[in-house]
Design a protein around this ligand. Structure first.
Ligand code: PEP
Length: 254
């Protein structure tokens, strides 16, 4: 779904939306973002609206994805949604390891690794979120934290699993806040992640890194121009069609 030359733009609706809201939101995005074929655009919707997203976004340049998936394929797992179920709705990308889930539902690195594997096995793109909290940053252990998050997957499934996947560097302290991480902090972490992955992955050109955390129309260009950044993941900004458009419009020529 993504070629290395295309900047990646991913919107995360989180737990927002309704049939009514989505009807005009999806249609407006479809129409306004149709200009940006140089971008790889994906919108991660809540499960109940996958069918609606598929129906409206089908045939557009916007892909649709989910925000989580079960680590099992089927069985007695009340409330869970499997990879094959979301695949039925042509879901192409799945967020895994988002810090909001890790905090609220105590997801372990092993759990996240199993979900990552399940997404790959079902031919979808995993978007793995990694990042440190403020205490970890202030203690200077952010690289250790991120390395543990990534290494669990490498140790369990080996190098090749990262081919074609996306890693989102999302410092937890920058999510939902007033300001994004600095270009220096982002560049350093991207370089660290790329080295960690590249020393383990043979086809090293096939892993993408995006930045997430308070992306908006004002900072999108600067963020996308950082060395090692292949695109952006946005929460709040993606819910506003005009802001989404402005972001795409500002970065589509980079
Ligand atoms: C996120 O939660 O992944 C995120 C990037 O949120 P926001 O853009 O609102 O900071």
């Amino acid at each position: 779904m993504k070629t290395k030359s295309k900047k990646i733009v991913i919107g995360n609706m989180k737990m927002h939306g309704s049939l009514d809201f989505n009807e005009s939101y999806f249609k407006s995005l479809k129409q306004k973002l149709s200009l940006f074929n140089e971008l790889s655009i994906t919108l991660c919707v809540p499960y109940p609206y996958l069918f609606q997203a598929q129906k409206i976004l089908m045939g557009s340049n916007i892909h649709w994805g989910c925000q989580n998936v079960a680590k099992e394929l089927e069985g007695p797992f009340t409330g869970e949604v499997s990879a094959s179920m979301i695949k039925d709705f042509q879901c192409e990308l799945v967020i895994v390891g988002h810090s909001e889930r890790n905090t609220a539902y105590c997801e372990s690195d092993e759990n996240i690794a199993e979900k990552f594997n399940m997404i790959k096995k079902n031919n979808m793109t995993p978007l793995l979120c990694v990042g440190e909290n403020l205490i970890e940053r202030e203690a200077g252990i952010m690289e250790k934290v991120v390395s543990e998050q990534i290494k669990t997957i490498l140790d369990l499934y080996g190098q090749d699993i990262f081919k074609g996947s996306i890693i989102a560097y999302e410092p937890i302290w920058a999510i939902g806040s007033d300001s994004a991480a600095s270009p220096e902090q982002i560049e350093k972490m991207c370089e660290f992640i790329k080295q960690l992955i590249y020393s383990n992955v043979t086809d090293n050109d096939d892993v993408n890194i995006v930045y997430g955390g308070s992306v908006n129309a004002k900072n999108a260009v600067q963020l996308c121009e950082i060395n090692g950044v292949d695109g952006i993941l946005m929460g709040r900004a993606s819910l506003d069609v005009n802001e989404f458009y402005e972001i795409c419009n500002s970065i589509h020529k980079i």
